[in-house]
Design a binder for this molecule. Structure first.
Ligand code: GRG
Length: 308
């Protein structure tokens, strides 16, 4: 990523130092996660080491960054958004640990390191995923709550995104679609649930931590939905065009597993066009913030142009 991202196509044409923004926010998120998680020496140490192994393996922290940037767009502070940003990252990491298991995608590498089950064994990896998911709800339950968004709203937000109607539904449809010819509409169903739901939830929770208005929450929902879909299309493209070293996970897995992807359903060029259109829809959603959503705009552009 270049140090300065210029957001051609974004509403507010100005340069924004996204590299510095991400470095700063990632450090804050890592410090907070370290505080929220049991220490690696807490008994039974194996499970806490396994949770920390995947959580601190070098993820891009895009979901927490979206939460913090969404809070800022709504006039809130990164500090207030941090617990919810960390809760989402715990859920995301759990989903990756389980996704990599032999019974699922059976992968050896994630975030540039051996997968959790390769290091700790399958049983501990399953439990580490379970514990990270549970940890997310503890962090959320301990957050302060806001007048428009008390704890019940926050917890429901997480259960909705992570439950059997969204994240799990996407994973089930993905598994059931392997080796089958599926339509673009069915693929969109998978992407909406497997990927977009949690990215959308990240943006919404950021807004909630700023006690955002109904109109702001609707704008963040619209933004997160479109960015989330673009994110997965780019992920499909990178699976074909990048090396395993660059991605930090095994490249070419979708083709090998005979998974339906945007590139193999609509072609590479059309996939890039669709990702661009979705990103522009995301920019449109930010109009309501009148120039205060520069970090969200820069993140959306980065997610479209990323190469890992
Ligand atoms: C309940 C057994 C059980 C499993 C749940 C829901 C689920 C497993 C898996 C879905 C997870 C998945 C692989 C979603 C796709 C989203 C995606 C492209 C993730 C990669 O996100 P990045 O690139 O990763 O942000 P980093 O490592 O940078 O955080």
């Amino acid at each position: 990523m270049s140090a300065t991202a210029t957001r051609t196509g974004a509403r507010h044409q100005q340069s924004f130092d996204l590299a510095a923004y991400l470095a700063d926010r990632t450090e804050a998120v890592n410090r907070a996660l370290d505080r929220f998680l049991p220490r690696a020496t807490t008994r039974p140490a194996t499970i806490h080491q396994a949770m920390r192994y995947s959580l601190f393996a070098g993820g891009k922290r895009m979901r927490p960054a979206l939460s913090l940037a969404a809070a800022e767009a709504c006039g809130g502070s990164p500090e207030e958004a941090l617990p919810l940003a960390c809760a989402v990252e715990c859920i995301h990491t759990y989903s990756l640990v389980h996704d990599d298991l032999p019974a699922m995608d059976n992968d050896d590498y994630r975030r540039g390191k051996l997968t959790n089950h390769k290091v700790f064994g399958e049983a501990i990896a399953i439990l580490a995923g379970d514990a990270l998911l549970t940890q997310a709800f503890e962090i959320a339950a301990r957050c302060k709550g806001w007048p428009r968004y008390p704890h019940q709203a926050i917890i429901l937000e997480l259960t909705h995104a992570a439950g059997s109607g969204q994240l799990i539904a996407g994973q089930v449809a993905d598994l059931e679609g392997e080796g089958k010819k599926i339509s673009a509409d069915q693929l969109k169903y998978i992407h909406e649930r497997k990927t977009s739901a949690l990215l959308c939830c990240s943006a919404r929770l950021g807004g909630m931590s700023a006690n955002c208005t109904v109109a702001q929450l609707k704008a963040l929902t619209d933004f997160g939905y479109h960015v989330g879909l673009a994110f997965q299309i780019i992920d499909d493209i990178l699976d074909v065009t990048q090396t395993s070293e660059r991605l930090g996970k095994t490249a070419g897995k979708d083709t090998k597993a005979q998974k339906a992807t945007y590139p193999n359903i609509v072609g590479m060029e059309r996939s890039k066009q669709i990702a661009q259109q979705l990103t522009h829809r995301a920019f449109d959603a930010l109009r309501i913030f009148r120039g205060k959503a520069v970090a969200l705009e820069a993140l959306a552009m980065y997610l479209l142009q990323r190469d890992r």
